[in-house]
Design a protein around this ligand. Sequence first.
Ligand code: ADP
Ligand code: ZN
Ligand code: ZN
Length: 733
Amino acid sequence: MPGNRPVILRVAVNVPLNRYFDYLCPPGYPSNRLLPGMRLKVPFGRGKTIGVLLETTHTSELPLSRLKRVLAVIDDEPVFDEVLMKLLRWSADYFHHAPGEVFATALPALLRGSRPLPAAPEHWCATPLGQAAEPLKGASRQQALLELLLEHGSLSESELPALFKGWRPSMRALQAKGLVERRIIERGPPIPGPEAPDDVSLTGPQQKAVAEIGAHDGRFATTLLFGVTGSGKTEVYLSLIRRLLASGQQAMVLVPEIGLTPQLIRRFRERLPGQLAVLHSGLADGQRLEAWRMARSGEAAIVLGTRSAVFTPMARPGLIIVDEEHDSSFKQQDGFRYSARDLAIVRARLHGIPVVLGSATPSLESFHNAQTGRYQLCELPERPGNVAQPSMRIVDLGAHRSDHGLATPSLMAMHAHLEQGGQVLLFLNRRGFAPALFCTECGWVAGCDRCDARMTVHAAKGQLRCHHCDRRCAMPAHCPQCREQLIPVGQGTQRVEDFLRRQFPDIGVTRIDRDSTRRKGSLPDKLDEIRSGRSRILIGTQMLAKGHDFPDISLVIVMDADQGLFGTDFRSSERLAQIVTQVAGRAGRAQRPGEVLIQTRFAKHPLLLDLIRDGYAAFASDALVERRAAGWPPYSHLALLRAESPSQDDARIFLEAARHEAEKICDGGTCLLGPAPAPMEKRAGRFRAQLLLQASQRNSLRKLLGPWIAKLENLPQRRKVRWSLDVDPVDMF
Ligand code: ADP
Ligand code: ZN
Ligand code: ZN
């Protein structure tokens, strides 16, 4: 009889081990009150830590006598609902990551300890006496506050400060008169904000997309919303969400890290009723917890956030949207290496709700899934209101003289656009003054001693910096080998900025990159310089590629397309096409027709020509043909085992041992490639190597990975290295 056997708790303990742990119930705690998803305080090794209860059972691999007791049950109710529990278990299993760390990642930082779940803030509302009260004579603030409460029904203590400055004394006075009272409202319906007028009437393709996606209400379906830049994808999201909120459900919107701009947040706030919970890494822990709580209780109608927001609990989920789904920031690049885009789809399937992936430049994986019918495809081929797509042209760097990286035709185009009152955006994905410092005499190059990389010149600070490990040193005055003169070679954004200031002295120049926007508040200032027209030349890195709208930009110059054409990664060309298309999309947003110039030394490169002549879809179709021929994803499935160590041999020796283990388990459906040095072998003083696993069937890979990881965890060679497994890697170095 199970009733007589002790209850065993299976727990995801927050330690870096790829397994669950069994415990016994704490003394005197009724086991029937334990529910999966509750947090527990458990003994571990010689210390204590936190875990999440997975399930209760009656069997364990260990004898009962060896099981320890849980020290305390932290929660009275599960922190994660059933779907999230399934999602997290699935994630740990799929990405082969320590489940305790997976569960901890999904919790707001403040809940990773034993702090209790936050309670809902208290709400104030008028009592029946207050509802019937005559106007209060001689107490105009109290009267105003009472009217505000009557208008809103009730207001929480987190909303009041914004609506009524210094509300507390007046509220106390009203309370003393019995006109208002305090209540805890939990899991209430979303509190409707001021009903926003819906001023945009959707275009035909937008209406079609809303109808086709809306047709899946209440069941799982994945739609790829493929809309050219500026085609109104966000308007489609807003319309879908508005419909959903009317039926009392919540929507989740995931955006890339640099896509979550104040502009976007404002647009959601202004255009949608209901509260918005915003979650991103820049929040203070307390703010993040409050947003999480509002999403979980259902008070927030919309959850808007970056990667890790995919784990936010929702009381009544109805729709998930992943905007700019191709963006690599949806993939976590260290620790628990999950893909938030892929998890959004898994989560939607578990909830039985629709999910929308939006992009002007879909990833080839998603594009392929749409082509084969796994995803529904909705297209927005044009910009609304007769705004033309910008025209693109190649500028052959080999055929023209150039000055500071700008070819003569590009400079001429700049003059022409500026004279006509337009604005110019220059895109160069290289910050700093110059990417290298050379000796003209002996050929010495300033390299980083900790990385296989050149040091970047930061002239304003008189420094050399490594952009890979952040090592900094003073710029040498002479060549350390031959004492001759050193010259900075190549163009970085700072150097081009200096040049443009000299070239166009009467026109403001604004630079946007990580260096110029480090200080808090400087990015909005810089954006404002451009939007107000105080500055009409904008130079920057990929920080410019998305999220920001610059309505008056009429000319875009991609200064160096070649950086992306010959990358070592099979995704280099896809990335290049995406960034060129996204940057080009900044042009001609207003009525002004846009022009885009792409500077390259390879003016006949078939991929560039494809993209320019026929657009991203044509590029994607051709790129998929190449992927198929080469057997890369989506036509195969990858996992990458990485290792790094201070000595060059140890990483390789570990990977060789790992390969040997894999060969013993492998069913022949998975190819093992390597070990090989990483494309940048030395980084921050460590040597890096990798072993790539490639399988045409996902199942073959899955069957191999589980038992393999278990072996790797016990390999003696592991002691000298740091290693990690990346399932579906996005970056190959
Ligand atoms: P995307 O998300 O595809 O980049 P947005 O939704 O931001 O596009 O729309 C681009 C611009 O076009 C915005 O200024 C938006 O207000 C405008 N817009 C979008 N849809 C419409 C429409 N149906 N009617 C008028 N303007 C629209
Ligand atoms: Zn020299
Ligand atoms: Zn370095």
